[in-house]
Each structure stands twice: as structure tokens, then as C-alpha cells.
Design a protein around this ligand. Structure first.
Ligand SMILES: NC(=O)c1ccc[n+]([C@@H]2O[C@H](COP(=O)([O-])OP(=O)(O)OC[C@H]3O[C@@H](n4cnc5c(N)ncnc54)[C@H](OP(=O)(O)O)[C@@H]3O)[C@@H](O)[C@H]2O)c1
Length: 261
């Protein structure tokens, strides 16, 4: 007979299953989790007073999210991947740009930690989503495609389509996207670079979780691309908390609180 006590699986290297369950319980009650340190990274998603947007990026120390040929599996360590699944479990909707679906064919479900999968939202203004994309067919969570007026889409019947008018620059305005998702309160902007950058640029992100791996890629797409600035004093300098997740570092950036320059 095995009389060894079972060792709880560590989530993100910084909490055990009981601590994660306490976060989920706080989330269900709509209160902030009663703990310090890493767990506080989840507070904005546990007790949001209004629609709340959290972006995430997994990157190398030189800010890259893939090689020049698009290889991106995996930049981050297992603990950082746990963290991403924790974010998904605490959100009502997980949003990606169609570029991520084309490149990665992701499921966007919660698989690494206890918790329920959020609705999956794909921003696809030109109807580019591959017909055989896994998330269109697995029915693992509700799936919504955001597109423009007059774009023809041929999608399975269970996939919801929401149409938005395009802005003057031909894009979908991020504020209009937020309005189209007003039935969701906690929204994870999971990627890729273009999508996260547009939400930063329009000032909609409340938090950005950047997971930095000790990896030097040297060339390839960077995670954040914004219009050029003349002066450093114009740059965002958000308040930041830092937590070590395995071999990676999580920077939990509060984009609503800037540090003085
Ligand atoms: N490391 C990470 O954390 C992470 C996470 C996710 C993805 N990725 C990587 O990121 C790469 C993909 O990123 P990406 O920047 O190329 O693509 P992306 O952000 O996934 O998708 C960009 C596309 O989505 C549409 N889109 C997004 N926001 C829009 C808006 N506001 N208005 C109109 N259209 C909008 C546009 O489609 P149209 O082109 O049709 O106009 C745009 O070109 C892949 O290599 C993937 O592996 C990395």
C-alpha cells in the first residue's frame, strides 16, 4: 500500500493546487484573493469594477516572439505556460488576431490548470481564418469571429459572427471591439504582436503580463510595435511587479499607473 502523502502539483512554480483553488474561489465571489506576492497578479481579474483587459506576451530577452521564420514553440518555460492557462481560466473571453490562428492553429482552452475555458474570440476583418482551424471545429468552448460588415465567412453553424463597421484607417477600432464584447467583463488579449500592440496603442489595456525567457533570438518579430516617439519622456513607464516563474520572469505591468519620468 502506498502511504506516501500525495504531493500537490505546483502551478506556475509559485503556488500549489489549494492556493490556485483559493484564487478561483475569490474569482467566483468577485473579491480580491487573500494572499500576497504572485497571487496578486490575478487581482484585477478577480474583482473587476468594469470591463477589464489584460494583455500577455511571451518573449525572449531581446523582445522577440518568434524567429524570422515564425518558429515560436516554445519561447517560455512550463511554469510560464501554466501562468497563461491561469489567465485564460480567470477570463470570460480570450482574444487573438487571425495571424495567430494562421500561424499556430491554437486551441486557446484551459488544459494545464483546473478551471473552465473562456469564450474564444478571433479578430478576422478579412475572412482569412483557415476553414480547418482547430478552434472552429473542436466545440471545446464558445467561439466568436469578429469581422467587418460585408465580409463573407463560411463557418460552422455553432461559431458566432459579430460584425463591426471599419474605422477610417480600414482597421477595426479597439474601442468598437470592446463594445462588441460588452457581454464579457474580463478579457485576455492573448496575441499576437499586432493585436496586443493595437490594444496598447488605443489605451485599452489595464495590465500587460510579459513573460521574459532567458533566450536570445536576435532577429524576428517583436512583441510590441507602436508608432515612433521623439522623446523618452513620451514612453510608457508603467508600474511593474516582478515574479520568477521557473526560468522565466513575469513582469506584471499596470498600464493605468505610470511612474514619473
Ligand atoms: N509569444 C506570444 O505570447 C504569442 C502569443 C500569440 C501569438 N504569438 C505569435 O504571434 C504571431 C502572430 O502575430 P501577428 O502580429 O502576426 O498576428 P495577430 O496579432 O495574431 O493577428 C493580426 C491580424 O489580426 C487582425 N487584427 C487584429 N487586430 C485588429 C484590429 N484592431 N483591426 C483590424 N484587424 C485586426 C488583422 O488581420 P488582417 O491581416 O486580415 O487585416 C491583423 O493583421 C505568430 O508567430 C504567433 O506564434 C505569440
Amino acid at each position: 500500500m502506498n502511504i506516501e502523502p500525495s504531493v500537490p502539483k505546483t502551478i506556475a512554480g509559485l503556488m500549489n493546487c489549494a492556493e490556485w483553488q483559493a484564487v478561483l474561489d475569490a474569482w467566483k465571489r468577485g473579491t480580491a484573493p487573500d494572499a500576497e506576492g504572485y497571487v496578486q497578479a490575478f487581482s484585477p481579474l478577480c474583482a473587476p469594477e468594469r470591463q477589464t483587459f489584460v494583455g500577455q506576451l511571451g518573449q525572449s530577452i531581446d523582445g522577440r516572439i518568434a524567429t524570422a521564420t515564425g518558429d515560436s514553440f516554445y519561447i517560455n518555460c512550463q511554469e510560464a505556460l501554466d501562468h497563461l492557462h491561469c489567465l485564460r481560466a480567470l477570463c470570460d473571453a480570450v482574444v487573438v488576431g487571425v495571424g495567430t490562428v494562421v500561424a499556430d492553429n491554437p486551441q486557446l482552452t484551459v488544459r494545464r490548470v483546473p478551471g473552465e475555458s473562456a469564450s474564444r474570440v478571433i479578430i478576422d476583418p478579412n475572412g482569412r481564418i483557415p476553414k480547418d482551424a482547430c478552434l472552429l471545429h473542436d466545440e471545446a468552448a464558445p467561439t466568436i469571429v469578429l469581422t467587418r460588415d460585408r465580409v463573407t465567412l463560411d463557418l460552422p453553424a455553432h461559431v458566432e459572427v459579430r460584425r463591426l463597421p471599419e474605422a477610417d484607417d480600414g482597421r477595426l477600432c479597439c474601442h468598437a471591439i470592446a463594445e462588441a464584447l460588452s457581454d464579457f467583463k474580463r478579457i485576455l488579449i492573448e496575441g499576437g504582436a499586432c493585436t496586443v500592440s493595437r490594444f496598447i496603442d488605443c489605451g485599452l489595456l489595464d495590465r500587460l503580463h510579459v513573460m521574459v525567457a532567458p533566450l536570445i533570438i536576435g532577429a524576428g518579430p517583436t512583441g510590441i510595435q507602436l508608432p515612433p516617439l521623439d522623446k523618452l519622456s513620451e514612453a510608457h513607464r508603467p508600474m511593474a511587479a516582478m515574479h520568477q516563474l521557473g526560468t522565466d520572469w513575469l513582469l506584471d505591468l499596470d498600464l493605468k499607473q505610470e511612474l514619473p519620468h
